[in-house]
Design a protein around this ligand. Structure first.
Ligand code: DAK
Length: 257
């Protein structure tokens, strides 16, 4: 378990670093991410953050399926709340956050990227909300933030099929602002973050807060309902089957009707 932080002048680069599991997020990983985010947000020398994943393959392959496999509905609710807490922190903290998506951004990984203020990605990036294929649904804000970042129809297609979008499609749908080669990605992301960090901190924080109001709607209510519904998924056999099948490396045998 590790989440690294390094400074590049006024930019803090925070890196999810659990490469052996494609940077999947366990509860410990979520705690460490929150700690790093708060460290950067309270450092007056930091004007912007870049969030990325270690290694060439993944930004983050989602919540840790091994951890969730045997979760009770109450444990699932607690895990969903932790994910929401960290995603909300990213969205609402004063310091702007740029997601540098270097490969897979799946499930909770896509949701963490969606909580960031701006997203850029490498040309090998893949975005998806594959929870439905595990017998659950997005639990860290994806049912609300994906539609807000793109369109309701695109979000529903992604969430209901679990299919992945490549970088060019993500760009066309507004999920990312720019696509770069893998070699260019970090320099470009840091450059973008530095151009934000050069702006006055109070105004940047205030502008971020106001932009967050742009799409309106009672998102808090919707997110609370997402937590409840997510927890309910853990009362179903399909959740057990979906996660067991993933970990056993076999095709799931879901119930029908
Ligand atoms: N969790 C745990 N381990 C993971 C993982 C994940 N999400 N994703 C990958 N890994 C592990 C694999 O098990 C494998 O471990 P070993 O077998 O080597 O021990 C290692 O990472 C490398 O993965 P692969 O061998 O599968 O690598 P490939 O290149 O063949 O495939 C892949 C890469 C990203 C296509 C594949 O790993 C994959 O499909 N991963 C699962 C992606 C996924 O379904 N992610 C969504 C997770 S669900 C909740 C609240 C919120 C959420 C969940 C619960 N609660 C309230 C409880 C959010 C949901 C999610 O994020």
């Amino acid at each position: 378990m590790a989440v690294d932080i390094e400074r590049r002048d006024a930019v803090a680069v925070i890196t999810l670093n659990r490469q052996e599991a494609l940077n999947a997020m366990s509860p410990e990983q979520l705690d460490a991410l929150e700690e790093r985010l708060r460290e950067a947000d309270t450092d007056p020398a930091v004007g912007a953050i870049v969030l990325t994943g270690a290694g060439p393959k993944a930004f983050c392959a989602g919540a840790d399926i091994g951890h969730m496999r045997e979760a009770t509905p109450d444990e699932a609710r607690a895990f969903a709340r932790r994910g929401h807490d960290v995603a909300d922190l990213i969205e609402h903290m004063d310091t702007p956050v740029v997601a540098a998506v270097n490969g897979y951004a799946l499930g909770g990984g896509c949701e963490m990227a969606l909580a960031c203020d701006v997203r850029v990605c490498s040309d090998n990036a893949r975005f998806s909300q594959p929870e439905i294929t595990l017998g659950i649904l997005p639990g860290w804000g994806g049912t609300q933030r994906l539609a807000r970042a793109t369109s309701l129809g695109f979000a529903k297609e992604m969430i209901l099929t679990g299919r992945a979008a490549k970088a060019d499609e993500a760009l066309a749908k507004g999920l990312v602002n720019h696509v770069y080669t893998a070699d260019e990605l970090m320099d470009k992301a840091v450059e973008l973050a530095a151009s934000i960090a050069r702006q006055p901190a109070w105004a940047a924080a205030a502008a971020k807060r106001m932009c967050n109001l742009a799409l309106g709607g009672d998102k808090a209510e919707a997110l609370a309902r997402e937590v409840d519904t997510f927890a309910l998924a853990f009362t179903t056999p399909d959740q057990r089957e979906g996660m067991a099948a993933f970990l056993d490396k076999r095709t799931p045998n879901f119930s029908r009707g």
